[in-house]
Design a protein. Structure first.
Lengths: 328, 328
DNA sequence: TTGAAAGCGCTAACAA
DNA sequence: TTGTTAGCGCTTTCAA
């Protein structure tokens, strides 16, 4: 078996508790012993067993990160950042994919619960009610969702959407189609509200189309509806949908940005690589990953002390090639 | 605190060991007691604490998955599949990103070691020697690398590369540039060997350029070298590099596929969305993720019994828009 | 079929 | 500053 605290104790002629202390409370150990123990531990290749430690301390030093679809390009930068930041704080992270299935999400939380100190839920598919209930038993941070009593990281799409409308208005567009996301999406709802408000000031006509699947296919399927609406500009739920609608429009002989301008959301690689390059609302995904972990660790450190904190992250718009002047 | 085996025991009037058995060896418990215990456990919301279980059994039911860059579109499908498959087998998976840093990789393995039953190493940056050493202490499966004594999942890029050369040859190309990947990449090495062999039969001239960073930037930076080589066709280390070199070539006024044809590797979303759509070697990433977990669990179940197994996954080539006839 | 008891690797009072 | 001891939640002999 692996080398344990006991082996180190024996080899360095001290009691196990002393070894334990040199690792978890070094200041309680004399410099002499500390060095000796550390040296021997090094030789032996001793590494504390975190699981065993968890048993006594109640802290696993593990986190859970639950997303709906790892392969959706929105998530990887968030996962990467969360995981890197967690590691800095000496936490490991379980990453789990629910495949958009609320039940899988709940099951996952349950089985993960005992092994983690907290969970980050990104754009959960569970109802608020279910999350609140689970939140009683374990610290949670939700990303892009508001749940009573829980810390949240919110990306301010409303702001980005307003900027997008402004941008389109200045290009002379007067008819805008909004391609919503899946039912129950907080982000989609925010965009709709913000677009409605923004549109008013510019005398723009708004048509909401959806719900749509948050994928290329979803966008492609909506192309005909867009054409039917007579809109000269489209604000899509995300980059994938935007790319899909551009594709779909193309098949109908509608050119982007010649005939119709399209704005996406997320600023994924996919959008950058698309031709025309996508004008899109930039979502601060790496920052969201880091912030979520940060808030989660705060909640963990606070114990049960309800410390629901909200962080709102700014979004921006990056203008590329998929938007242009409204046709005359 | 959470409900433990003891609470269930008390509530159902049996000893803890009986409760333990109903969960981990149900056949050793009478149907009567089993049902009662299960019912009470259900009411109380009891879930076995896997970490505590691990302490006695030596099995954590956790796996580690270590990749060099989560945000590289090659990885998400693999991670997704590995994680889903592991879950079917009742394993959770830690996902960790090394940022291409061998030292981070080793450190990660060390700290993860006690918490997992095994680790999948995808395209590791560590030396074989280092991996072999670590392999003594923990079951490993490597993806796209051969390490003595360890199970491996290999994607047969050699085959794909040969097909790519064949494809380019049939289009009349006679000067090929090979954009290698990072130093120490098994995949890159395989491609080189295979291309060298394939090229001979077709009277093609091969220039190897690299090492290159496995990113768009890497490809972009290599554009000038490609131009300098006089090649009319490029086989790039992966889709990202291919996309980057197309971009870089574009800036130099070289058109793809008009002046130069480019083939990528991986078949990522990025490549599909790129314009021109990328001709690329299809890597079986989801299958690789599943297979790796499968082999790993086999190794775990075998205990120390060396069961190094190799699975070779086929690759193919999908021809899209980035390749065309050699210019006259 | 069930209970009793020891112990997995570690931490945390409490004493010395 | 260090050692003693109990115990975290669970499994696993061994006995009954």
């Amino acid at each position: 078996m692996a080398v344990t605290i006991r082996d180190v104790a024996r080899a360095s002629g001290v009691h196990v508790s002393t070894v334990s202390r040199t690792f978890s409370a070094p200041h309680l150990v004399s410099a002499d012993t500390r060095e000796r123990v550390l040296a021997i531990a090094g030789e032996l290749g001793y590494r504390p067993n975190r699981a065993a430690r968890a048993l006594t301390t109640g802290r696993t030093h593990n986190l859970g990160l639950i997303v709906s679809d790892i392969a959706n390009p929105f998530f990887p930068p968030l996962i990467k950042a969360a995981q890197a930041y967690a590691r800095e704080r000496e936490y490991h992270v379980f990453v789990a994919d629910t495949d958009e299935d609320p039940q899988a999400e709940e099951e996952l939380i349950q089985t993960l619960a005992k092994q983690v100190d907290g969970v980050v839920l990104v754009a959960p598919r569970l109802t608020n009610q279910a999350i609140e209930r689970l939140g009683m038993e374990l610290p949670f941070v939700v990303v892009n969702r508001k749940v009573k009593g829980l810390s949240a990281v919110l990306m301010d799409v409303a702001q980005g959407a307003a900027q997008a409308v402004q941008h389109l208005a200045s290009l002379g567009h007067r008819r805008l189609a909004l391609l919503g996301g899946p039912r129950g999406s907080w982000t989609s709802e925010q965009m709709r509200k913000s677009a409605e408000a923004a549109v008013a000031g510019h005398g723009i006509d708004l048509t909401a189309i959806g719900p749509n699947a948050p994928t290329e296919e979803g966008g492609q399927a909506a192309a005909r509806a867009v054409q039917g609406s007579g809109a000269t500009a489209v604000l899509a739920y995300n980059d994938l949908v935007a790319i899909g609608v551009i594709e779909g429009l193309g098949e109908l002989g509608v050119e982007v940005p010649g005939d119709v301008s399209v704005v996406g959301v997320d600023d994924t690689v996919a959008g950058r690589l698309n031709r025309p390059k996508l004008t899109t609302i930039v979502m601060p995904t790496p920052a969201a990953g880091r912030t979520a972990v940060d808030l989660l660790l705060q909640a963990v450190d606070a114990g049960g002390g309800r410390t629901a904190a909200q962080t709102i992250l700014e979004t921006g718009i990056v203008v590329r090639e998929s938007t242009g002047p409204a046709p005359a």
